[in-house]
Write a protein that binds this ligand. Structure first.
Ligand code: FES
Length: 123
């Protein structure tokens, strides 16, 4: 378990269901949401950015990001080891965000991030 002031709360499944309805908070550009050291290589990890879950996947010194908000009704997805699973109604997404099992029909959208000085920031 990793806990930092940046909001990383664990690896690889870090966030619980948002209780439906999701969140409307939007991460701010330039907001640091994790450090490279927080992220295991190749393991999608859910972190919180201003109360909004974001799935970060590190590959070496680069990081890609997806929204961690299920596109069905807004619960927070978690990494079950093989998929990004929504605990509310069972939707599953591949680590690329594509829907692999409904009821969600839309993929998890990409979130623009950058690595600056070892920190992952919202781009
Ligand atoms: S909110 Fe994710 S499956 Fe319903």
């Amino acid at each position: 378990m990793i806990a930092t002031a940046l909001g990383v709360v664990g690896v690889p499944v870090l966030a619980a269901c948002g209780g439906g309805g999701g969140t409307t908070a939007t991460p701010s550009s330039g907001e640091a949401i994790a450090t490279l050291a927080d992220l295991a290589d190749g393991v999608p990890t859910v972190v919180m950015a201003q109360d909004t879950p974001v799935v970060l996947t590190r590959s070496g010194d680069t990081v890609t990001a997806l929204s961690g908000v299920c596109t069905h009704q807004g619960c927070t997805v978690r990494n079950d080891g093989a998929n990004l699973l929504c605990p509310c109604h069972g939707s599953m997404f591949g680590f690329d965000g594509a829907v692999t099992n409904g009821p969600a029909t839309e993929p998890l959208p990409a979130v623009a991030v950058a690595v600056q000085g070892g920190e992952v920031v919202i781009a």
